[in-house]
Design a protein. Structure first.
Length: 141
């Protein structure tokens, strides 16, 4: 008995599901990295605002001081929102990783079943060949 077409189809389905899970994970990781980069930019903006505020303390420039304070507040507000979104993105990434692992395990199980069936078929073919050879020798006597 050969490996059924159903098992081969199942393997192809499992491979496609795994690939889709991998693509979803890559999209989630990309979103997480984008948010991390935006958070770093917000922190950089906050540092620039602090530098502007410190500079204005030496120069006495009131507009620079106000601009520095506003830059700091805006960056902090933006960073706060980004941190919340980043936390959600990290959860999505972990969920996608788990989904991909589950899909990989499902695919590997089907591959294992197919491999075992192929091994069983090879053993059965070998037995049949040996039985045919034995029958041939018995008929010669």
């Amino acid at each position: 008995m050969t490996i059924s077409g159903t098992m081969r189809k199942l393997l192809r389905v499992r491979e496609m599901e795994e690939e889709q899970s991998r693509a979803a994970l890559e999209r989630a990781l990309s979103e997480q990295k984008r948010l991390e980069a935006a958070l770093e930019e917000a922190k950089r903006r906050e540092r620039k605002g602090k530098e502007l505020l410190a500079e204005s303390a030496f120069t006495g420039e009131l507009t620079d001081r106000v601009a520095g304070i506003e830059e700091i507040r805006t960056a902090e507000r933006h960073a706060g929102g980004l941190k919340a979104r980043l936390g959600g993105a990290e959860q999505v990434v972990e969920l996608r990783r788990q989904e991909m692992r589950a899909r990989r395990i499902e695919r590997l199980r089907v591959e294992t079943l197919i491999t075992r069936r192929q091994e069983e078929e090879a053993v059965e073919t070998e037995r049949r060949a040996q039985r045919d050879l034995d029958d041939w020798f018995l008929q010669r006597w």
